[in-house]
Design a protein around this ligand. Structure first.
Ligand SMILES: [Zn+2]
Length: 201
């Protein structure tokens, strides 16, 4: 082996991260070697037990701290509980929150329908959304799945499922790049898509 085992192990682990190739992994590993010890220990501490320290909101399935029943948005009485914005994952909540313009609540699906990968309606949080809307008190559901084939398919499926509840269903306006991800959309584009949301029928 060309490199000492400890650094090779770190490179191997870093290479498994999304968007990190062998070169970046090596560069990062050598950066840690040169950097102050506190960087490594802070990172190690943040990673250790990360999954155990995170829980999912019982209302909207957004992430929250372990031991908490509701996420910050659902626990905030100032947020409008009559509007639900439906998103693919918790990272999209961050994107919407960054616009600073959305005052409603969320529902995080935890994925999208994808028949090729075998992901069906029971594999994501569709049923809890329909039940939540059916309980009443909701005047609008904004379908904000990503502008991709799977995102559109999921939105259409949700619309059908929600039809019996009689709730007003809208979809984010076009303008977001097709195949793109909400999480990467710039704030003004996302804001325009939110403000220009359209009736689904
Ligand atoms: Zn929540």
């Amino acid at each position: 082996m060309l490199l000492p085992e400890p650094i090779q192990n770190l490179i191997n682990a870093l290479e498994r991260l999304p968007g990190i190739g062998p070169k970046s992994a090596s560069r990062l590993a050598f950066y840690f070697l040169r950097a102050d010890e506190s960087l490594s220990s802070e990172l190690a501490e943040a990673l250790t037990g990360l999954k155990e320290k995170i829980a999912y909101c019982s209302e909207c399935f957004n992430i929250t701290e372990a031991g908490r029943e509701l996420c910050e948005v659902c626990a905030n009485p100032k947020r409008d509980a009559s509007i639900i914005c439906v998103l693919e994952d918790a990272l999209d909540v961050l994107a919407l929150e960054r616009t600073g313009a959305y005052q409603g609540r969320y529902h995080v699906l935890g994925g999208v329908l994808n028949p090729i990968e075998g992901i069906g309606p029971d594999d994501i949080k569709i049923r809890p959304l329909v039940e939540r809307v059916a309980r009443g008190g909701i005047r609008e559901v904004i379908l904000a799945t990503n502008p991709s084939m799977e995102g559109d398919t999921t939105a259409m499926y949700l619309q059908q499922q929600l039809r019996s509840t009689g709730v007003h269903v809208t979809r984010l306006a076009r303008g977001l790049p097709m195949g793109g991800d909400l999480e990467y959309a710039d704030q003004s584009t996302l804001l325009r898509a939110l403000q220009g949301r359209q009736e689904m029928d």
